[in-house]
Structure formats: structure tokens, C-alpha cells
Design a protein around this ligand. Structure first.
Ligand code: FES
Length: 131
């Protein structure tokens, strides 16, 4: 669950992804993520690599799989930069799709109406924690 945000339905639990993480494991201290920025994580399961990002905005965090629903590319080009200039939307650098930060819904671009895959995380005692 995004800290301080409504529950995003159908979010993946990292602890159920067979990537060596268990509920309660620490991803990073929340202080490691600057306001307006994101931190990326990669996890290996067999030969598969799962890339996710955790975005911090004000006092809230949001986590998604870093795969655009249009053509399957990573959203970002620069490390930790997932939002467009205004900071109101995530933007895919490949074809410019815009996604709502709160739920990952694409509101403009070639995958309009599709969603980023949300990840269920929480913040406990100042740490971003696997759910
Ligand atoms: S791959 Fe993201 S908009 Fe096309």
C-alpha cells in the first residue's frame, strides 16, 4: 500500500514474487528517496529480472513495476526521474504516455486507459518495507 494513500487494488506483493524477499524486509530508509524523486530496485528470480521504482511525493510513496504497458520499455531514461516537468504525472520517455501517480492509470498517449502494475509496499519506522 502506498504510504498515506488509498489502497491500490490488484497491486503485486513483492513477498509473493519468488525473488527472495519476505514480508517485512527493508527496501531502503524513506530518507534515501528525495521528495519528487524515485529510487529503482531490481530483483532476480531465476533468469528473470524485475525492475520496480518507488516514487516519493510530499509525504507519500508509490511503487510500480518499471514497464510501460504500451511497448514494454522502462518508463525512465534518467535514473530516478519518472515524472514530467510539472511533477504531476509519470511519463514514459519512449512515446510520451502520461500516467497518474496515485494509481498508475494512463491518461494520455498510446496506452490511454491502461495501468502501470502497482507494487504493494508500506513505510514503517521510517523504512520502506516489503508487504
Ligand atoms: S512504450 Fe511507453 S508510451 Fe510507448
Amino acid at each position: 500500500m502506498a504510504h498515506g494513500c488509498p489502497l491500490v487494488t490488484n497491486a503485486i506483493k513483492l513477498s509473493s514474487m519468488d525473488i527472495g524477499l519476505n514480508a517485512g524486509d527493508l527496501l531502503c530508509p524513506i530518507s534515501d528517496i528525495e521528495d519528487g524523486c524515485a529510487k529503482e530496485f531490481s530483483f532476480r528470480s531465476g533468469s528473470d529480472i524485475h525492475d520496480i521504482f518507488v516514487q516519493r511525493i510530499d509525504d507519500k510513496i508509490y511503487a510500480y513495476v518499471n514497464v510501460c504497458p504500451h511497448a514494454g520499455t522502462p518508463l525512465n531514461m534518467e535514473e530516478g526521474k519518472f515524472t514530467e516537468k510539472s511533477g504531476k504525472y509519470f511519463m514514459c520517455h519512449t512515446h510520451g504516455a502520461l500516467f497518474q501517480i496515485s494509481d498508475g492509470l494512463c491518461v494520455a498517449g498510446p496506452c490511454n486507459g491502461d495501468k502501470l502494475q502497482a507494487i504493494d509496499i508500506t513505510v514503517k519506522n521510517g523504512n520502506v518495507i516489503v508487504v
